[in-house]
Design a protein around this ligand. Structure first.
Ligand SMILES: O=P(O)(O)OC[C@H]1O[C@H](OP(=O)(O)OP(=O)(O)O)[C@H](O)[C@@H]1O
Ligand SMILES: Nc1nc2[nH]cnc2c(=O)[nH]1
Ligand SMILES: [Mg+2]
Length: 172
């Protein structure tokens, strides 16, 4: 989305690990996957966790860029899927595609076109892209921006009751 994000949804490492594990649990009932394709960069982290939980040893990446910070541009494929993975899918193997989230669905649509029969899984989903995902864990509203742990740092937070808006205001 191009910046109509009124809400923020910060995710800690613990929560992301738990949600990625929950995604793996949900995928256990869906058969054995022969390979996982992570959509880099954001999909690399949940793909690693899911691959570990489901004992998938063949891990591939596809690099797709569509955002510069919170501004959406056109989808550009910077690294395509290897022939080995395309052959697994062509020969009837089960391929799992993993991303951290689906927002407008532009990224999911581009990667689905590369592997039409694959199972597409994300940790988070927004309404516009939800229909493109086979399995996800948590839905957030379209006007929410998800901040992943790798986007965040530990910082001062102003009290709910008001008071100093930054930590450098001296009370002494
Ligand atoms: O559904 P969409 O509107 O296409 O948005 C979802 C995509 O946007 C983010 O990736 P981004 O392009 O920011 O690159 P990154 O994974 O390297 O952060 C996110 O990781 C998804 O891949
Ligand atoms: N980090 C992050 N990247 C995105 N790309 C598209 N939507 C989002 C979002 O909500 N958070
Ligand atoms: Mg991404």
């Amino acid at each position: 989305m191009n910046n109509p994000n009124q809400k923020s949804f910060p995710v800690s490492w613990d929560q992301f690990h738990r949600d990625s594990r929950a995604l793996a649990w949900r995928l256990t009932g869906m058969g054995t996957f022969d390979a996982v394709v992570a959509i880099a960069r954001g999909g690399l982290v949940p793909a690693t966790i899911v691959a570990r939980e489901l004992n998938i040893r063949v891990v591939e990446s596809v690099a797709v860029k569509s955002y510069d910070h919170q501004n959406q541009g056109t989808v550009t494929v910077l690294k395509s899927i290897s022939q080995q993975i395309l052959d697994i899918a062509k020969n009837g193997g089960k391929v799992l595609i993993v991303d951290d989230l689906v927002d407008t669905g532009a990224t999911a649509r581009a990667v689905r076109d590369m592997l039409p029969g694959a199972h597409f899984a994300t940790v988070y989903a927004k309404p516009m892209g939800r229909e493109l995902v086979d399995t996800f864990i948590t839905e957030v509203s379209q006007d929410t921006w998800i901040f992943f742990p790798w986007d965040l740092d530990v910082a001062y937070a102003a009290p709910i009751s008001g008071g100093p808006t930054n930590e450098f205001v001296s009370g002494a």
